[in-house]
Design a protein around this ligand. Structure first.
Ligand code: IVH
Length: 697
């Protein structure tokens, strides 16, 4: 093979053009024997510097120097293909595609882990393993649980031979060709051992973002998360694809090893794996007992978002290998380890803008518009910033990177601003002085944190009220969402919620995107909503502080909207769970002219204002559900037995003596010592009057 063909092959290999001098060195002076020696030297050099760079994260030579070594190696290997060894760094560049994945049987089954989600479950785990040993403290190893893909690696005489996915735990797929492309995976170990080793392949966060950016610019579909990207890369037949992906690997277990190496603890085996040249996570920790373990989980949990790779929890493993054996495993998971999972309720994203939202009660709230992120299974695009005080306290700026939290159905919140990530291009934000919808000056009521628009005719508020009125927890008018509410308001068809019931088909069909069928459906939904029970109507009216629970209590007690509207303040605050805030709010609401007009329109349209029979039953049935009563003294309207039956028929329980667990003491005339005891313990005391009112009898 001549000089020129060598040059050509290197060029097609995708490396930079060959410098003249090096070419000369290779071609003119290198006899095969000499080449073999130089190749060995190069392999050693490259593998060493690769180790410094990718495993220790501390490069000793420049990238250019490294590339030069790599080019020299490739050139020599092209010249003498029979001198290519299995541990040659050239293997990393991506060899030939495989036609199909071969099956690979694991020496020992690849088990899963049992998950726990709380500190109390962690205590249970610790207690469970403790029972087996009857000794004091148990030593554990804590490791971050990398959110990637488990792989099994087989080394023979110190050389990487084969790697496989987990598969069904017994047999996986041979993905050696792709694993070779991972620079932090050693191809030759520092000792010539034969061993099976396990680890997790992953893509670091920042590399993942760059990968997706690149794909976006190429018009390719984006990966949902680093884990999927890593998994997708390993399941490629063509290793050149994996070679393009920023794959990395952490090693977390030594499964089997040849020879007489004595290892007694998991901790020692991790240190040994590190000595062999593997990348072992830097945040592992030796934990002495339960308190240490709890502390470790908290510490890693707090650090989680700052780590350059994604983790979904912490793995805790019994350190003593002898004890691991004693504990054994089930068919699914070892008994000596557990995964303490973090709920993925927090993510980092960027604030694109801050908008000001006017709520239905006129409250003006700053809302962060976010770069969309996936949190707890749904895409989050906006997060409330609550009010001016919080905005100032958190020092939020437009363009900031922030930690966003979302738990279940709770509205997403900004937990923390990552000030250290600021570039200087962020923009400050302050709340406007006037309402963004009606331009009226905003006021801050005494004792309130929120800015408020008090203009009763403010369009934003009116629209929000329509949306709220129609929402599922309120009148449940299917088809009437935010965009239609805006259309109805802006077209002048609806000025308040009362107008909804006077809509006509001929008006509706004139609206954009509203066909005859949709109009019919909407009118039907409106018609249906007239039969809703009183508590729904109360919620729908959007009275401040009157949510579902308060609405039920009010509906159940007063039974009719008019009675609520005219109820005396004193009567309202008498009700269980209803305080002066709600009572004031009701008074304020019902005395307004606008409210009176709405109520009139609703009544004329035939909207139900009364407590329906079904509602009575539902309410009556379980009002004492879960409560424990004690009876004392003589009741005038009931015998003891009648009172007991009444309580039980409504889900409550009657017991004989007062304890901390008692919820109510029903006290009649001449009560006994039970009353004193109840007072001592601070238990609620009901008079007979209270009782009959509550039980509605
Ligand atoms: S040990 C027999 N350690 O979590 C014990 N697993 O849910 C096997 N994982 O399949 C696992 N980081 O893919 C272990 N430090 C770590 C880990 C870890 C991530 C993954 C692994 C495993 C899964 C179990």
């Amino acid at each position: 093979m001549g000089d020129d063909s060598c040059f050509l092959l290197i060029a097609t290999g995708g490396t930079a053009p060959f410098a003249g001098k090096e070419r000369k060195e290779v071609s003119e002076f290198m006899e095969k024997k000499e080449a073999a020696g130089r190749l060995e030297e190069l392999r050693e050099l490259i593998n060493r510097h690769n180790y410094y760079y990718h495993v220790l994260d501390s490069p000793q030579i420049s990238d250019a120097e490294f590339d030069r070594l790599m080019r020299e190696l490739l050139a020599l290997e092209k010249l003498y293909p029979d001198l290519v060894t299995p541990d040659s760094p050239s293997k990393r560049i991506g060899g030939m595609p495989v036609s199909a994945f071969q099956q690979a049987r694991h020496f020992a089954p690849m088990l899963s882990l049992d998950n726990i989600f709380s500190e109390s479950e962690l205590k249970d785990f610790y207690r469970r393993i403790g029972k087996v040993f009857y000794t004091g403290t148990i030593c554990l190893v804590g490791e971050p649980k990398i959110d990637g893909l488990a792989v099994s690696l087989y080394y023979e005489d110190g050389v990487f031979k084969r790697g496989a996915t987990r598969g069904d735990g017994r047999i996986g797929e041979d993905i050696t060709h792709n694993l070779l492309t991972i620079w932090s995976l050693p191809l030759r170990l520092k000792e010539s051992i034969t061993a099976e080793i396990r680890g997790e392949v992953f893509i670091p966060r920042s590399e993942f973002l760059m990968l997706n950016k690149k794909r976006e610019s190429q018009g390719l579909s984006l990966f949902a998360n680093p884990r999927n990207a890593a998994a997708g890369s390993l399941r490629q037949l063509d290793p050149r694809v994996a070679a393009e992906r920023p794959l990395d690997i952490f090693i977390y277990a030594l499964i089997a090893i040849s020879g007489t190496k004595e290892l007694n603890t998991h901790w020692d085996s991790l240190q040994y794996l590190r000595e062999l040249g593997f990348k072992v996570n830097e945040n592992i920790s030796l934990l002495n007992g339960l308190d240490d373990a709890v502390e470790y989980c908290r510490m890693i949990g707090a650090k989680r978002l700052e780590l350059p790779y994604e983790i979904d929890g912490v793995v805790l493993k019994v350190n003593d290998l002898e004890r691991q054996l004693q504990l054994g495993h089930t068919s699914r998971a070892p008994r000596w380890a557990v995964a303490f999972k973090f709920s993925s309720e927090e993510e980092i994203t960027r604030i694109k803008d801050i908008e000001v939202n006017v709520g239905r009660t006129g409250t003006v709230t700053p809302v962060a518009v976010l770069e969309p992120v996936l949190i707890a299974g749904s895409v989050v695009k906006r997060a409330s910033l609550h009010n001016e005080d919080i905005l100032k306290e958190k020092e939020v700026m437009i363009g900031d990177e922030v930690v966003v939290h979302k738990a279940g159905d709770v509205i997403p919140e900004i937990v923390k601003v990552l000030k250290e990530k600021r570039t200087g291009n962020e923009k400050a934000f302050s709340m406007p002085a006037t309402c963004p919808s009606c331009n009226r000056g905003l006021i801050r009521l005494e004792g309130e944190v929120a800015l408020r628009c008090v203009n009763p005719a403010c369009p934003a508020q009116l629209i929000e009220r329509i949306i709220h009125f129609a929402s599922r927890g309120a009148m449940d008018i299917t088809g009437l969402g935010a965009s239609l509410a805006v259309q109805l308001y802006e077209s002048g068809l609806v000025k308040d919620v009362g107008d909804l019931y006077y809509l006509k088909k001929e008006d509706l069909v004139k609206l954009e995107r509203m066909g005859g069928k949709s109009a019919d459906n909407l009118l039907e939904a409106l018609q249906r909503s007239k039969q809703n029970d009183l508590s729904r109507l109360l919620v729908a009216l959007g009275i401040r502080f009157v949510g579902e629970r308060a609405a039920r209590i009010l509906a159940f007690h007063f039974k009719n909207l008019y009675r609520i509207a005219s109820a005396a303040f004193e009567e309202v605050i008498m009700l269980e769970e209803i305080g002066p805030k709600i009572a004031f709010s009701l008074q304020e609401f019902f005395k307004q002219k606008e409210t009176k007009e709405i109520i009139h329109k609703l009544e004329e349209a035939g909207v139900n204002f009364s407590l329906l029979e079904e509602e009575r039953e539902v309410e009556g049935e379980g009002i004492f559900e879960g409560y424990t009563f004690v009876l004392t003294g003589t009741l005038s309207g009931y015998t003891r037995q009648q009172a007991k039956e009444l309580i039980e028929s409504k889900g409550g329980k009657v017991v004989n003596s007062v304890s901390k667990k008692t919820d109510y003491v029903l006290a009649g005339k001449s009560p006994g010592s039970k009353l004193n005891k109840a007072m001592e313990l601070g238990i609620k005391i009901l008079s007979e009057e209270d009782f009959s009112r509550l039980s509605n009898s």
